[in-house]
Design a protein around this ligand. Structure first.
Ligand SMILES: *[C@@H]1O[C@H](CO)[C@@H](O)[C@H](O)[C@H]1NC(C)=O
Ligand SMILES: *[C@@H]1O[C@H](CO)[C@@H](O)[C@H](O)[C@H]1NC(C)=O
Ligand SMILES: *[C@@H]1O[C@H](CO)[C@@H](O)[C@H](O)[C@H]1NC(C)=O
Ligand SMILES: *[C@@H]1O[C@H](CO)[C@@H](O)[C@H](O)[C@H]1NC(C)=O
Ligand SMILES: *[C@@H]1O[C@H](CO)[C@@H](O)[C@H](O)[C@H]1NC(C)=O
Ligand SMILES: *[C@@H]1O[C@H](CO)[C@@H](O)[C@H](O)[C@H]1NC(C)=O
Ligand SMILES: *[C@@H]1O[C@H](CO)[C@@H](O)[C@H](O)[C@H]1NC(C)=O
Ligand SMILES: *[C@@H]1O[C@H](CO)[C@@H](O)[C@H](O)[C@H]1NC(C)=O
Ligand SMILES: *[C@@H]1O[C@H](CO)[C@@H](O)[C@H](O)[C@H]1NC(C)=O
Ligand SMILES: *[C@@H]1O[C@H](CO)[C@@H](O)[C@H](O)[C@H]1NC(C)=O
Ligand SMILES: *[C@@H]1O[C@H](CO)[C@@H](O)[C@H](O)[C@H]1NC(C)=O
Length: 568
């Protein structure tokens, strides 16, 4: 901040309402205590951060029983992303926030604290709205004024809360130039100043400082700790890597090779190496239970949590309400992956389902499922597991334990499920879909699920359309009859002249990735349809090339795919 604007701001602060005085006591804690305490944590994503307000996106307003579910599952803290942008009721210079909204955030914070969970409040999508320092014509003094006033009011409202509450400057603020990095650091200084000025216990409260974009590398290089900071502070960054696996891009449904593991280890070690004496928390990370391959996801969770622990880094799982916890049903979408997380956190070895790790493999095997193709005879199925020193204690189905030697047998790292047992569920003409879940219990660590699935390639309601027949700006929805897991593994988009519609660099990837597109940007699905997005249809029109979309399913083996052609 330049001298003049600081003077003006200081004057303004003096004129502002007196800061809050608390009547309760505050148990001062160190940033290390807070970071250890919140670990492992969970994000209430797409809720208080939804725009324009809570309930506007895919989640209804938070039901406080969700925090019971979180606590009962072993999580120790909750990050509450909050977007304030649509709750200002006055403009410059007061930037008053709607009292009803401040009270709502305060009530949600209380609900978390009442359950003795740690809690983190931030400024979320504002980062790409009014506070975006990369926006064309961004007025930095206006952003600074509003940002200071925002944190002053949040500080006033939440200033007397318990030390379980910590604050985070701002979520993933975009920045890509030195001037922008400097501005993010300046905003961080104003955040600390506003907290100090707002009174309460805010100058003693733990804060998590952030670097540009909350990106590891930019944080290493450009974060400067605000001078005169009195708050105990930690550093927060976010980790979504490798991008293609985590975001369902380019057919990367495989994870777990030595090189995958080395990259992750190196990334976490570098941040730790730059901030040797500061507690560090990864405030967002995930591998979605709805669109990443199951065995790969189990391996990722196990390795990620162990590696974070190795580098004394706390973790807070991202969950947008569709990725992990089904809040309405009070159930994890993949309970196994949460068990794996908790065992890994406790330092207990997990057994893992093995799966293809070679990026050049032409097919993908996975031991998270016992797949059986319709129309074929039932045979013994042998699947490899990674035991990590554990032994198999039992396998059970909902109707009781399986007999070792009769229903299954163990040979080294392989478990063979006998045809005589599988025939209870499977046959050449059995119903398709996920027929039964088997539970594998081990000497220690998380139990694993082995889902018995009868499958065949699904059928689409139609096989082609003229790109021009789809209304501009509309997605193309194609009805599907599922005949196995209701998941799309990948979608290839190849023009009839043999080029890839998008992301031509995938030509250098392995056979499972060449020409593959990205989940959500290019395709999606639900229980009754697959979708090609409006943007992708526009890509076909722009290319002027008839394009074949190959929808691929699990297991990723030849024949388990269907084509859809968009003509021009
Ligand atoms: C503290 O007590 C005073 C006097 O009873 C009251 O006016 C004030 O609102 C209280 N402050 C808080 C933060 O509860
Ligand atoms: C504050 O928010 C409440 C709830 O959304 C709304 O009813 C009220 O009109 C808002 N107040 C102002 C002054 O905008
Ligand atoms: C930038 O914002 C400040 C503070 O609101 C205001 O005084 C100034 O006029 C704005 N500058 C421009 C160029 O809009
Ligand atoms: C922070 O410290 C610097 C150097 O000691 C001093 O010049 C500055 O006024 C201080 N700022 C605040 C807000 O206290
Ligand atoms: C600090 O971060 C930079 C940039 O990410 C990295 O190149 C360097 O290796 C890190 N230093 C240590 C000691 O880890
Ligand atoms: C499947 O089993 C039937 C009945 O045992 C047998 O006649 C047939 O040859 C088998 N098919 C194959 C492909 O093994
Ligand atoms: C845990 O797993 C690791 C990696 O496989 C292994 O080296 C170690 O011996 C195992 N520990 C126990 C107690 O089995
Ligand atoms: C496990 O099964 C695989 C594939 O069936 C086989 O190649 C491997 O030799 C088996 N390992 C053991 C220890 O039986
Ligand atoms: C198997 O377990 C998954 C969750 O892991 C669940 O979604 C699915 O409904 C279960 N299926 C059956 C047939 O029990
Ligand atoms: C295939 O189509 C694309 C998109 O129109 C074009 O860029 C490319 O040159 C074409 N290639 C051949 C071999 O015709
Ligand atoms: C889909 O189309 C491609 C290229 O046109 C072809 O090679 C492939 O066999 C087709 N796949 C299916 C499942 O029909």
């Amino acid at each position: 901040m330049d001298g003049l604007s600081f003077l003006v701001l200081s004057l303004f602060i003096k004129l502002a309402a007196a800061s809050v005085t608390c009547n309760n006591t505050f148990d001062s804690i160190s940033a290390t205590t807070w970071v250890n305490g919140v670990n492992p944590g969970w994000n209430l994503g797409n809720t208080l951060d939804a725009t324009p307000t809570e309930g506007s996106w895919n989640n209804p307003p938070v039901d406080f029983s969700t925090f019971d579910d979180i606590k009962n599952s072993g999580f120790k803290g909750v990050r509450l992303p909050v977007t304030w942008a649509d709750h200002f009721i006055t403009g410059s210079p007061s930037w008053t926030i709607n009292q009803t909204w401040l009270q709502r955030v305060s009530d949600v914070v209380d609900a978390v604290i009442e359950r003795d969970l740690y809690v983190l409040v931030n400024v979320h999508h504002d980062a790409t709205m009014w506070a975006d320092v990369t926006a064309a014509g961004a007025n930095y003094s206006a952003i600074e004024e509003q940002f200071y006033r925002l944190w002053y009011q949040v500080g006033e409202t939440l200033g007397c809360k318990s030390s379980l509450l910590a604050f985070e400057t701002i979520n993933e603020p975009p920045a890509s130039t030195n001037a922008q990095y400097a501005e993010i650091n300046k905003l961080q200084g104003l955040f600390i100043q506003a907290l100090a000025d707002s009174g309460g216990f805010n100058s003693k409260r733990v804060v998590t400082l952030i670097g540009p974009s909350e990106n590891a590398d930019l944080t290493d290089q450009f974060l400067t700790i605000p001078p005169n900071i009195t708050n105990p502070y930690a550093i927060q960054y976010h980790y979504y890597s490798p991008y293609d696996f985590i975001f369902g891009a380019w057919g990367k449904t495989i994870w777990g090779s030595d090189s995958d593991k080395q990259s992750l280890d190196s990334d976490l070690s570098i941040v730790r190496g730059n901030f040797t004496d500061v507690p560090v928390v990864i405030g967002e990370w995930s591998a979605s239970s709805t669109f990443t391959e199951t065995a790969a996801r189990w391996k990722y969770f196990d390795f990620f949590i162990r590696t974070a622990a190795k580098y004394t880094t706390a973790t807070i799982l991202w969950d947008n309400g569709e990725d992990q916890l089904d809040r309405a049903a009070h159930k994890w979408r993949d309970p196994t992956v949460i068990d794996i997380l908790m065992s890994a956190f406790a330092g207990v070895n997990n057994t893992l389902a093995d799966s293809t790790e070679d990026a050049n493999a032409p097919t993908q095997e996975t031991s998270a499922y016992i797949f059986h193709k319709a129309g074929t005879n039932v045979t013994d199925v042998t699947l490899p597991y990674i035991f990590n020193g554990n032994t198999l204690k039992s396998i059970s189905s909902p109707s009781g334990p399986l007999g070792e030697g009769t229903d299954y047998s163990v040979d080294g790292a392989n478990i063979t499920y006998h045809a005589s047992f599988l025939s209870k569920y499977l046959s050449p003409s059995a119903a398709s879909g996920l027929l039964v879940n088997l539970t594998l219990d081990f000497s220690q660590g998380a139990p694993l699920n082995a889902a018995v699935v009868q499958y065949d390639a699904p059928t689409l309601g139609s096989s082609s359309a003229a790109a021009s027949s789809v209304n501009t700006g509309s997605d193309l929805t194609i009805p599907i009859t599922w005949k196995g897991l209701e998941d799309v593994a990948a979608v290839k988009a190849e023009t009839i002249n043999g080029t890839y519609l998008v992301d031509t660099f995938t030509q250098y990837d392995g056979p499972l990735q060449q020409g593959r597109t990205t989940y959500s940007s290019q395709y999606n699905w639900d229980g009754s349809a697959v979708t090609i997005t409006a943007a992708t249809i526009q890509d076909v029109v722009t290319a002027g090339q008839t394009t074949v979309f190959t929808f691929e399913f699990y297991p990723r083996v030849p024949g388990n795919a269907v084509n859809y052609t968009l003509t021009v």
